[in-house]
Design a protein around this ligand. Sequence first.
Ligand SMILES: [Zn+2]
Length: 415
Amino acid sequence: MVIRRTPVGSSSATIKARNISAVLLTLLRHQPISRVQLAERTGLSTTTITNLIADLIEQRIVTQIETQPEPARRRSVGRPQQGLCLAPDARYAIGIHIGVGSVNVALCNLLAQPVYGLSIDHPLDRAQGDVMAETIGMVRRVIGESGVDPGRIVGLGFGASGLVEPASGVNVVAPNLGWRDVPVRDQLCSALRLPVSVDNNVRAMALGEALFGRGKDVFSLAYVYVRVGVGAGIVVGGRLYYGGGAGAGEIGHMTILPHDGAACRCGNTGCLETLISEPVILRLAQQIAQREPEGRLARLCAGSTPSIEQVFAAARAGDSAVQAMLDERAYYLGVALANMVNILNPELIILGGILALGEDVLLPVVSETMRQCAFAHLGDKVRLETPSFYPNAGVVGAAALALNAFLYQQSEGFA
Ligand SMILES: [Zn+2]
């Protein structure tokens, strides 16, 4: 159970920390920006802004650049305008993304841009302890080989598969990896001596989009990820939404076919995940390839099990049976998104995983169905987009967990 509540009381230190957070987050969204504009956007006095910016410039987190005056002011004579920006290389964070059969580690700068990274593949049955030991070794290599001053690394973010308790940093269960109750934060913290933030990998991707990607300008967004499983990360007002039991976003288990649906691994029937996921699409595609041996898909995969790329390629090449199968999958996802729109009414839904890979063959039906099934015109106002950081969404999201802790002053990263 994760309970995060905003403290009611405030000491002068916490007020200063919150003001710094407000300034850093405003810079992130609106840079370059003047001191006056910063004061307007944050509601802080110009004196407070001047003092905070002086501190941040001294710590080299903020830098000043000359900006072009607005056209209306160009005729006025005077000094060029000073724009304030975050210095991208002032601080760094390390993102770790454990995928199904791969580990990706990247050092990202203050704007979550990867500057150095390593990836390895590992067999799915590899022992959890070995995977973590290798991950720790990769982090050490990334720090050493990047040439970055370790003192500038504010922390480490871990995007975990499956159910996670962010407060304790425990990966409670990762069904696709066979992990159970792994104290990820404690293991990484004791080995690497850095602040560690742990969350579910789809939530991490959602946060990455909200802070650094397409979600910078919206109040609410959902990041829907379809691969082996189906899940969503929800961000409201720049913060991840967890719900009472940290289970918000489990859309893979939204009931779509309560009576005639297939059994889901969760114990229910007709869940969204039984209708659209990579394994489901591959199983249906294989049936098409066997039924139509002269079809485009069968020729593309030449007798072997089709890959998801081959399935999408067959649809692009005009295989009508494959496209009809994908349209049906897309329809069910569209229904689920309409339900989500009616509950959450997000301004932006980002579609990641295989939805980004097959955007052109899936999105038309997803979008049309969502708009038709959502209440009134709610669906018309939702932007459906693909991820900003593809194919680095996993590590950028994980680094965003650590940068978020730094920006919100929740870690020891801010001196
Ligand atoms: Zn289920």
